[in-house]
Write a protein that binds this ligand. Structure first.
Ligand code: FE2
Length: 253
Protein backbone atom coordinates (compact mmCIF):
# COMPACT_ATOMS: atom_id res chain seq x y z
CA UNK A 1 0.00 0.00 0.00
CA UNK A 2 0.96 3.62 -0.50
CA UNK A 3 0.28 6.02 2.37
CA UNK A 4 0.36 9.67 1.32
CA UNK A 5 -0.31 11.43 4.64
CA UNK A 6 1.92 11.23 7.72
CA UNK A 7 3.74 13.40 10.23
CA UNK A 8 6.94 11.37 10.14
CA UNK A 9 9.42 14.27 9.94
CA UNK A 10 10.98 14.87 13.35
CA UNK A 11 10.60 17.94 15.51
CA UNK A 12 8.63 20.32 13.31
CA UNK A 13 4.95 19.74 14.03
CA UNK A 14 2.73 17.66 16.31
CA UNK A 15 4.01 14.39 14.84
CA UNK A 16 7.32 12.60 15.46
CA UNK A 17 9.43 14.50 17.98
CA UNK A 18 12.75 12.77 17.32
CA UNK A 19 14.38 10.75 14.55
CA UNK A 20 13.85 7.64 16.72
CA UNK A 21 10.12 8.33 16.64
CA UNK A 22 10.36 8.79 12.88
CA UNK A 23 11.91 5.34 12.63
CA UNK A 24 9.14 3.96 14.87
CA UNK A 25 6.51 5.23 12.41
CA UNK A 26 8.52 3.82 9.49
CA UNK A 27 8.71 0.37 11.11
CA UNK A 28 4.98 0.44 11.96
CA UNK A 29 4.19 1.40 8.37
CA UNK A 30 6.18 -1.53 6.96
CA UNK A 31 4.54 -3.89 9.47
CA UNK A 32 1.14 -2.71 8.23
CA UNK A 33 2.03 -3.44 4.60
CA UNK A 34 3.09 0.00 3.41
CA UNK A 35 5.85 0.34 0.80
CA UNK A 36 5.78 4.11 0.26
CA UNK A 37 5.09 6.77 2.89
CA UNK A 38 4.71 10.49 2.21
CA UNK A 39 5.99 12.93 4.83
CA UNK A 40 3.34 15.67 4.99
CA UNK A 41 4.14 18.02 7.87
CA UNK A 42 1.64 20.70 8.80
CA UNK A 43 2.24 23.96 6.96
CA UNK A 44 0.03 26.48 8.75
CA UNK A 45 0.20 29.48 11.04
CA UNK A 46 1.27 27.51 14.12
CA UNK A 47 3.81 25.45 12.11
CA UNK A 48 5.01 27.83 9.37
CA UNK A 49 7.68 25.53 7.98
CA UNK A 50 9.31 26.18 4.63
CA UNK A 51 9.74 23.77 1.74
CA UNK A 52 13.51 23.95 2.26
CA UNK A 53 13.09 22.71 5.86
CA UNK A 54 10.78 19.91 4.73
CA UNK A 55 13.30 18.84 2.08
CA UNK A 56 16.22 18.85 4.55
CA UNK A 57 14.36 16.77 7.15
CA UNK A 58 13.06 14.43 4.45
CA UNK A 59 16.67 13.74 3.51
CA UNK A 60 17.52 13.07 7.16
CA UNK A 61 14.63 10.59 7.52
CA UNK A 62 15.42 8.86 4.21
CA UNK A 63 19.04 8.39 5.32
CA UNK A 64 18.04 7.11 8.77
CA UNK A 65 15.47 4.68 7.31
CA UNK A 66 18.09 3.33 4.89
CA UNK A 67 20.74 3.06 7.63
CA UNK A 68 18.29 1.13 9.82
CA UNK A 69 17.55 -1.28 6.96
CA UNK A 70 13.82 -0.49 6.93
CA UNK A 71 12.33 -1.37 3.52
CA UNK A 72 10.30 1.80 3.13
CA UNK A 73 10.47 4.55 0.51
CA UNK A 74 9.80 7.95 2.12
CA UNK A 75 8.72 10.77 -0.20
CA UNK A 76 7.90 14.42 0.35
CA UNK A 77 4.82 16.57 0.75
CA UNK A 78 3.09 18.93 3.12
CA UNK A 79 -0.36 19.42 4.64
CA UNK A 80 -1.16 23.03 3.81
CA UNK A 81 -3.84 25.07 5.56
CA UNK A 82 -6.19 27.14 3.41
CA UNK A 83 -4.42 30.26 4.70
CA UNK A 84 -1.07 28.97 3.47
CA UNK A 85 -2.56 28.01 0.12
CA UNK A 86 -3.70 31.62 -0.16
CA UNK A 87 -0.49 33.17 1.13
CA UNK A 88 2.38 31.16 -0.35
CA UNK A 89 3.70 31.68 -3.89
CA UNK A 90 2.59 28.81 -6.12
CA UNK A 91 6.23 27.84 -6.68
CA UNK A 92 6.58 27.21 -2.92
CA UNK A 93 3.28 25.26 -2.91
CA UNK A 94 4.65 23.07 -5.71
CA UNK A 95 7.74 22.24 -3.63
CA UNK A 96 5.33 20.73 -1.09
CA UNK A 97 3.88 18.58 -3.93
CA UNK A 98 2.33 15.38 -2.65
CA UNK A 99 4.67 12.38 -3.00
CA UNK A 100 7.13 14.77 -4.63
CA UNK A 101 4.70 15.39 -7.50
CA UNK A 102 4.39 19.17 -8.01
CA UNK A 103 1.01 18.66 -9.67
CA UNK A 104 -0.73 17.69 -6.39
CA UNK A 105 -0.91 19.24 -2.92
CA UNK A 106 -2.52 17.99 0.29
CA UNK A 107 -4.83 20.63 1.81
CA UNK A 108 -5.99 20.41 5.41
CA UNK A 109 -9.76 20.52 5.92
CA UNK A 110 -10.70 22.87 8.76
CA UNK A 111 -11.97 20.86 11.73
CA UNK A 112 -14.85 23.25 12.37
CA UNK A 113 -17.15 25.08 10.02
CA UNK A 114 -17.01 25.14 6.26
CA UNK A 115 -15.43 28.44 5.16
CA UNK A 116 -16.79 29.94 1.97
CA UNK A 117 -13.22 30.37 0.77
CA UNK A 118 -12.63 26.61 0.41
CA UNK A 119 -14.02 26.42 -3.13
CA UNK A 120 -12.17 29.57 -4.18
CA UNK A 121 -8.81 28.39 -2.84
CA UNK A 122 -9.10 24.94 -4.40
CA UNK A 123 -10.21 26.51 -7.69
CA UNK A 124 -7.13 28.76 -7.66
CA UNK A 125 -4.91 25.71 -7.23
CA UNK A 126 -6.61 23.97 -10.16
CA UNK A 127 -6.20 26.98 -12.42
CA UNK A 128 -2.48 27.00 -11.54
CA UNK A 129 -2.09 23.37 -12.56
CA UNK A 130 -2.14 21.89 -9.05
CA UNK A 131 -4.71 19.22 -8.11
CA UNK A 132 -5.85 19.69 -4.50
CA UNK A 133 -6.14 16.59 -2.32
CA UNK A 134 -8.47 17.45 0.54
CA UNK A 135 -7.33 15.77 3.77
CA UNK A 136 -9.89 13.99 5.97
CA UNK A 137 -13.10 16.02 5.37
CA UNK A 138 -15.00 13.15 7.05
CA UNK A 139 -13.80 14.58 10.40
CA UNK A 140 -15.52 17.93 9.77
CA UNK A 141 -18.97 18.33 11.37
CA UNK A 142 -20.39 20.26 8.41
CA UNK A 143 -19.36 17.50 6.01
CA UNK A 144 -20.74 14.86 8.40
CA UNK A 145 -24.10 16.67 8.32
CA UNK A 146 -23.99 17.52 4.60
CA UNK A 147 -21.68 15.16 2.68
CA UNK A 148 -23.15 16.49 -0.57
CA UNK A 149 -21.09 19.65 0.03
CA UNK A 150 -18.16 17.80 -1.50
CA UNK A 151 -19.99 17.07 -4.75
CA UNK A 152 -19.05 20.29 -6.57
CA UNK A 153 -15.46 20.17 -5.36
CA UNK A 154 -15.02 16.59 -6.54
CA UNK A 155 -16.74 17.34 -9.86
CA UNK A 156 -14.25 20.21 -10.31
CA UNK A 157 -11.32 17.82 -9.91
CA UNK A 158 -10.47 17.88 -6.20
CA UNK A 159 -9.38 14.50 -4.84
CA UNK A 160 -10.44 13.51 -1.30
CA UNK A 161 -8.36 11.62 1.28
CA UNK A 162 -10.14 9.71 4.06
CA UNK A 163 -8.13 8.87 7.19
CA UNK A 164 -7.69 5.20 8.03
CA UNK A 165 -8.55 5.71 11.72
CA UNK A 166 -11.91 7.17 10.70
CA UNK A 167 -12.97 3.94 9.01
CA UNK A 168 -12.20 1.57 11.86
CA UNK A 169 -13.98 3.77 14.38
CA UNK A 170 -10.97 5.14 16.29
CA UNK A 171 -12.06 8.70 15.53
CA UNK A 172 -15.68 8.11 16.50
CA UNK A 173 -18.87 6.83 14.93
CA UNK A 174 -19.61 10.00 12.96
CA UNK A 175 -16.20 10.03 11.24
CA UNK A 176 -16.59 6.34 10.41
CA UNK A 177 -20.09 6.71 8.99
CA UNK A 178 -19.13 9.81 7.02
CA UNK A 179 -15.91 8.26 5.70
CA UNK A 180 -17.74 5.18 4.43
CA UNK A 181 -20.50 7.39 3.03
CA UNK A 182 -18.00 9.51 1.08
CA UNK A 183 -16.41 6.36 -0.33
CA UNK A 184 -19.83 4.96 -1.25
CA UNK A 185 -20.84 8.16 -3.03
CA UNK A 186 -17.61 8.24 -5.02
CA UNK A 187 -16.48 11.40 -3.22
CA UNK A 188 -13.29 9.81 -1.78
CA UNK A 189 -10.21 8.73 -3.72
CA UNK A 190 -7.52 7.60 -1.30
CA UNK A 191 -6.98 6.32 2.21
CA UNK A 192 -4.04 7.48 4.33
CA UNK A 193 -2.89 7.05 7.92
CA UNK A 194 -2.25 10.67 8.99
CA UNK A 195 0.11 8.93 11.46
CA UNK A 196 1.56 11.24 14.11
CA UNK A 197 3.54 8.64 16.07
CA UNK A 198 3.89 4.87 15.89
CA UNK A 199 1.10 4.56 18.47
CA UNK A 200 -1.02 7.75 18.36
CA UNK A 201 -3.24 7.48 15.29
CA UNK A 202 -1.20 4.44 14.37
CA UNK A 203 -0.97 3.43 10.74
CA UNK A 204 -4.05 1.17 10.54
CA UNK A 205 -4.19 1.12 6.75
CA UNK A 206 -4.78 -2.62 6.50
CA UNK A 207 -7.64 -2.42 9.03
CA UNK A 208 -9.17 0.48 7.09
CA UNK A 209 -8.87 -1.38 3.80
CA UNK A 210 -10.63 -4.32 5.43
CA UNK A 211 -13.35 -1.99 6.76
CA UNK A 212 -14.12 -0.94 3.18
CA UNK A 213 -15.13 -4.55 2.60
CA UNK A 214 -14.80 -4.47 -1.21
CA UNK A 215 -11.34 -5.67 -2.18
CA UNK A 216 -11.17 -3.98 -5.58
CA UNK A 217 -12.34 -0.65 -4.15
CA UNK A 218 -9.92 -0.91 -1.21
CA UNK A 219 -7.03 -1.54 -3.63
CA UNK A 220 -8.01 1.52 -5.67
CA UNK A 221 -8.02 3.65 -2.51
CA UNK A 222 -4.72 2.34 -1.10
CA UNK A 223 -2.68 1.46 -4.20
CA UNK A 224 -4.29 2.62 -7.46
CA UNK A 225 -4.91 6.30 -6.79
CA UNK A 226 -1.95 7.04 -4.49
CA UNK A 227 0.30 5.10 -6.87
CA UNK A 228 -0.86 7.23 -9.80
CA UNK A 229 -0.09 10.41 -7.83
CA UNK A 230 3.33 9.02 -6.91
CA UNK A 231 4.21 8.11 -10.50
CA UNK A 232 2.58 11.10 -12.16
CA UNK A 233 0.12 8.93 -14.08
CA UNK A 234 -3.59 9.55 -14.69
CA UNK A 235 -5.80 8.51 -11.78
CA UNK A 236 -7.35 5.14 -12.72
CA UNK A 237 -11.15 4.97 -12.98
CA UNK A 238 -13.01 4.05 -9.80
CA UNK A 239 -14.24 0.47 -9.62
CA UNK A 240 -17.99 0.04 -9.27
CA UNK A 241 -18.00 -1.40 -5.75
CA UNK A 242 -19.46 0.09 -2.60
CA UNK A 243 -18.32 -0.35 1.01
CA UNK A 244 -19.88 -3.53 2.34
CA UNK A 245 -22.56 -2.96 4.97
CA UNK A 246 -22.71 0.75 4.19
CA UNK A 247 -26.51 0.97 4.17
CA UNK A 248 -26.78 -0.78 7.50
CA UNK A 249 -24.23 1.58 9.00
CA UNK A 250 -25.99 4.63 7.60
CA UNK A 251 -29.28 3.50 9.16
CA UNK A 252 -27.61 3.48 12.59
CA UNK A 253 -26.85 7.15 12.27
FE1 FE2 B 1 -2.20 15.42 9.01
Amino acid sequence: MIDLHSHVLPGIDDGAATIEESLGIARAAVADGIAVLAATPHVREDYPITAATMERLLGDVQAAVAAAGIPLRVVGGGELSLEMVAGLPFEEVRRFGLAGNPGYVLVETPYRGWPLEIEQRLFELRTNGIVPVLAHPERNGEVQAHPERLERLVAAGTLVQVTAASLDGRLGRRARTCGLDLIGRGFAHLLASDAHTATVREIGMSAAAAAVGDRELADWLTVGVPGAILRGEPVPPRPQGRPRGLLGRLRQR
